[in-house]
Design a protein around this ligand. Structure first.
Ligand code: KG4
Length: 335
């Protein structure tokens, strides 16, 4: 079954063709990151407009790269939530018109379910149940993946997402948007241990997380240094920051693994590209005797193939939508 998949929830327009949920036939992406870098973050209005400009040509490219014609497409999958509402609406409206025009089913895909499904593309042997650590620019979740379309949130951030926190910390260090990857590169130049950064705990919810205090601490540190004319050890701060994020994520993910009794964990989302977090997860899972799946870097960030992968399993579960399907800025992964 060939699925034409659309992703437009943030600043990447992405269209892919995926076969039977596991095989990527094409994966076309038009990133707007350079445009938003001018403003130090995503400007929703610009994101929506750029999706409109890119999506039709990108669809032609995805079909051509896959060696497909329109007649080969069996279904259309699309991110319908969560994300920047105008941006999601562009992809959703386009996908609806394609599904209607081709006379094929329209399959709604939750963006974070898609991130988790990126692992199915990289690891053919991976099947639920397993624990997923989904860490991206807008979401930070520990998820019990009971089955392909049956998921329960075990832990979540109460405020900022880990990626948002990386991006804001990077900005005060003078790094370009999106800041996660440059912060990671900078952090690799230091062993850290210079800056004491806060590690928050949520009372009564040991698997929940909070990153806003950490973000504020880095902003305050940078502003204070500037005001008193002190030079920051930027590499050490980047390293200590990544360690603080990892120290928040990894022990909670391991505790969730223990609670579920699973022996398999998969990481997902843009922040899963981080070298400190990947290293810490590898060590912790090795120690616990668990199998860890870390998707290749190009499948960590937003892409259309992951939507096609999850779309296949949503289709098998009977989750097709009608033409009145709406877009949502926020939506529980379990819905
Ligand atoms: O999954 P993604 O592409 O988009 C969302 O669905 O949100 O994640 C983007 C986030 C950005 O915040 C970006 O800075 C972060 O992932 N990111 C990283 C790294 N590469 C990307 N964060 C930390 N370390 C990295 N190497």
């Amino acid at each position: 079954m060939k699925i034409l998949a659309f992703e437009s929830s943030c600043d990447e327009t992405a269209v892919a063709v995926v076969e039977d949920g596991r095989k990527v036939l094409s994966d076309a992406i038009a990133s707007q990151a350079d445009l938003h870098a001018l403003y130090g973050g995503v400007v929703p209005e610009i994101a929506s407009r750029k999706h409109v400009e890119a999506i039709a040509a990108l669809t032609e490219k995805a079909l051509a790269d896959a060696g497909c014609t329109r007649a080969d497409i069996d279904a259309v999958a699309v991110t319908y939530a969560p994300g920047l509402i105008g941006a999601v609406l562009v992809g959703l409206s386009f996908a609806k018109s394609v599904a209607y025009g081709l006379g094929v089913p329209l399959i709604p895909v939750h963006h974070i379910r898609g991130h988790i499904a990126a692992n199915y593309l990289a690891f053919p042997e991976l099947e639920p149940p397993f624990l997923a650590l989904a860490i991206s620019g807008g979401n930070t979740l520990i998820v019990d993946v009971r089955d392909y379309t049956d998921m329960v949130i075990l832990g979540a951030t109460r405020d900022d997402a880990a990626g948002e926190c990386f991006d804001k910390a990077a900005r005060v260090l003078g790094l370009p948007y999106p800041g996660g990857a440059p912060m990671d590169k900078l952090a690799q130049q230091s062993v850290g241990g210079v800056y004491q950064l806060p590690h928050a705990h949520v009372d009564g919810a040991p698997l929940d997380m909070s990153f806003s205090g950490l973000k504020t601490a880095v902003v305050n540190l940078a502003h204070h240094a500037e005001q008193v004319g002190e030079e920051l050890d930027r590499a050490a701060l980047a390293r200590d920051f990544a360690q603080a994020v990892s120290d928040t994520l990894v022990p909670r993910a391991m505790e969730a693994l223990r609670q579920t009794g699973y022996k398999t964990m998969a990481a997902a989302g843009g922040v899963a590209a981080n070298s400190v977090i990947r290293g810490d997860l590898e060590r912790a899972c090795g120690k616990a005797g668990c199998k860890l799946y870390l998707p290749p870097l190009k499948l960590c960030g937003d892409n259309g193939a992951m939507i096609g992968a999850q779309g296949y399993y949503e289709y098998l579960a009977g989750n097709a939508a009608s033409m009145d399907l709406n877009a949502y800025a926020t939506r529980d992964i379990a819905e």
